[in-house]
Write a protein that binds this ligand. Structure first.
Ligand SMILES: C[S@@+](CC[C@H](N)C(=O)[O-])C[C@H]1O[C@@H](n2cnc3c(N)ncnc32)[C@H](O)[C@@H]1O
Length: 284
């Protein structure tokens, strides 16, 4: 039997805790105890790929403060994060962004550009979905404001899938026929590609929301952050939300997933009274 099929020993609890700590310190993600199997499996697969037989050696490699360590870390993180997403995953939140934009147009409070930040964008369905709806809204109002979406994620592989903009049925399940016709072109028999004019509106880049302080500040009209904070401890969610507030223009909109935090308040933010969305407006 080739060594590569050799079964690794179970990852001891003490080692699991080390990995868990490292992941949380670097990304903010908290692994649930039932995810020990996921962690062990992914580490073991990667060790096989690298011909490494000891958990300690692999841990030391990942922790190295050099290019090799950094690359290895990137590969592992991509395998550990939950990347699940679809187009129009939570319609009420997206509709709320459109309503917010319409109000701004009607009240003539939109100046120059409409800027959105999609935080934890995964493979791109969320920011492209936003681009489609915002584009619609601006077309209907016959306004010619510029809009741009900055979409960030900690995982590099998801970003390259996102930049390609090619999707199969699993991602497209909530996209209706009319939307398919308007925003996509055929790629092959099983895939559709987002139209280039929409792709141009979305700029993907790598960022870690656990290290928001090192990211350049560009004030946004909307910060959209769904299904990311749930993987973080409560205190960290609050800390990240506090920092996201600083990235909003006065009057800006913050949207998170329903119930992703229940105990966050901020003196500069007013919770929107709407049971279908969890949204906050920055006081002017
Ligand atoms: C479940 S997906 C959510 C995708 C999309 N927002 C949605 O709601 O469909 C979570 C994404 O958050 C990203 N993520 C996790 N930790 C992150 C961090 N510290 N900084 C940036 N992105 C992170 C993951 O890589 C993953 O792509």
């Amino acid at each position: 039997m080739s060594w590569s099929f050799k079964k690794f020993d179970v990852l001891p609890e003490s080692k699991f805790l080390l990995w868990e700590k490292l992941l949380e310190a670097r990304t903010g993600i908290q692994l649930a105890s039932q995810q020990k199997v996921l962690l062990q499996t992914q580490i073991a697969i990667r060790m096989r790929e690298l011909n490494i037989t000891s958990y300690d050696d692999y841990y030391d490699q990942v922790k190295q403060d050099n290019k090799a360590g950094l690359i290895e870390w990137q590969i592992l993180v991509d395998r550990l994060v939950v990347k699940e997403t679809t187009f129009f995953r939570h319609r009420p939140s997206l509709d709320f962004v459109c309503q917010y934009l319409k109000n701004k147009i009607d009240q003539k409070t939109l100046h120059d550009s409409f800027d959105i930040w999609s935080v934890g964008c995964s493979t791109g369905e969320e920011p492209y979905g936003l681009a489609m709806l915002v584009n619609d809204c601006l077309e209907k109002s016959q306004e010619h404001f510029y809009f741009g979406i900055t979409a960030v994620d900690v995982s590099l592989p998801v970003l390259s899938i996102a930049r390609r903009g090619v999707y199969g049925e699993r991602s497209l399940a909530f996209v209706n026929e009319e939307e398919r016709q308007r925003y996509f072109r055929p790629h092959d028999e099983q895939h559709l590609e987002v139209l280039p004019r929409l792709k141009k509106r979305v700029c993907f880049s790598q960022a870690n929301i656990n290290k928001l302080n090192v990211m350049p500040v560009q004030l946004m009209d909307v910060v959209f952050c769904q299904n990311v904070l749930i993987y973080f401890r409560r205190w960290r969610r609050r800390e990240i939300l506090n920092q996201l507030v600083n990235r909003l223009k006065p009057g800006g909109l913050l949207i998170i997933g329903l119930g992703e935090t229940t105990d966050w308040q901020h003196e500069e933010m007013q919770r929107v009274d709407n049971d279908e969305v969890q949204a906050y407006i920055k006081r002017i």
